[in-house]
Design a binder for this molecule. Structure first.
Ligand code: G4P
Length: 287
């Protein structure tokens, strides 16, 4: 799904979330653990105001665990608890109701002091397209409730999904736009599959990804593609990166007549293996 965000979409998406905020106690902000900044809405603080918030770093199965831990510290310093989860397999998903409730401890303490019995916490999941909102909603619900591939601006009747006795979740997530302010953000989002390949050229995306991988995850690249030595100064010499792309293409049989390497095909292989975790656990942003 390729969403093109125009100012009108952004305004509508923002308004829809702000409408829903009136119904809920806590926001669950879903980020991609491989790129916590680029997958974060640039206006998130403004949109959510002072609503209690829990951050989830999703797809942590694909992210570098060391960097995920560092990002968690960064968010904590910012005042937000961040949990690393994998919505597909369900890793750490069971801790969400408890953690969401913890964000409201003060409010509940006051209610209990007044002799009231606190009700289930009401939550809304927000995040950019493809970050895993529907997967998470379905996992929490224990059944298929959210259709994947929602688009901003399409409203349907909303329902509460009961998650145990602690949490009630709105079944339609809030869809937000990612950061776009610099071109590199676009490449990071594309490399991880958050924006689909039709928007940017597949060879450009693979080039960006491979340059990053060969400089930050050299051993993983060498191991996966069975390359003994990589050329030096890959981060400074674009031709050296292209040479590695060609090398990978040759090793994987992506050849066209005359023995030339089909770079588009090689790019597809690099990106598929990166996105599916075959190159190991990779994070594109360092705190
Ligand atoms: P959205 O509602 O936020 O738009 O995202 P959605 O749940 O549709 O998830 C987007 C893609 O990310 C899906 O893959 C989904 O399986 C995958 N995904 C979600 N959470 C995780 C996670 O924690 N780890 C991993 N590895 N993948 C995750 P898809 O290719 O679009 O579909 P499919 O592979 O499920 O068929």
């Amino acid at each position: 799904m390729a969403i093109q965000w125009f100012p009108g979409h952004m305004t509508r998406a923002r308004r829809q979330i702000q409408e829903k905020l009136k119904l809920i106690d806590v926001v669950i902000e879903l980020l991609d653990a491989r790129l916590p900044m680029s997958s974060r809405n640039p206006m998130i603080d403004e949109i959510l105001g002072n609503k209690p918030r829990l951050i989830l770093l999703n797809k942590s199965d694909l992210a570098d665990p060391e960097l995920t831990a560092r990002w968690q510290e960064v968010f904590l310093k910012e005042g937000h608890k961040a949990i690393a989860i994998d919505a597909s397999s369900g890793t750490n998903v069971q801790s969400i109701p408890v953690e969401a409730r913890k964000q409201l401890e003060e409010k509940f303490a006051k209610q209990i002091a007044k002799g009231m019995k606190p009700r289930a916490v009401r939550a809304l999941i927000v995040g950019i397209p493809n970050v895993g909102k529907s997967t998470l909603i379905n996992k929490l619900a224990g059944r298929q409730v959210a259709a994947t591939g929602d688009r901003p601006g399409v409203t349907k009747g909303q329902q509460w999904i009961r998650v145990g006795s602690e949490l009630e979740l709105l079944d339609t997530p809030g869809i937000l736009w990612p950061r776009f302010e610099d071109q590199m953000v676009g490449y990071r989002l594309a490399a991880t599959g958050a924006i689909k390949d039709q928007i940017l050229n597949v060879e450009d995306i693979a080039f960006y990804a491979l340059r990053y991988l060969t400089t930050h995850y050299e051993e993983q690249v060498k191991q996966r593609f069975e390359i003994e030595e990589l050329p030096p100064q890959l981060d400074e010499d674009p031709n050296a990166v292209v040479a590695v792309m060609e090398d990978i293409g040759r090793r994987r049989g992506c050849l066209v007549s005359g023995g030339r390497v089909d770079l588009e095909k090689a790019s597809g292989i690099i990106l598929r293996e990166l996105r599916s975790g075959k190159l190991g656990r990779i994070t594109f942003e360092t705190p």
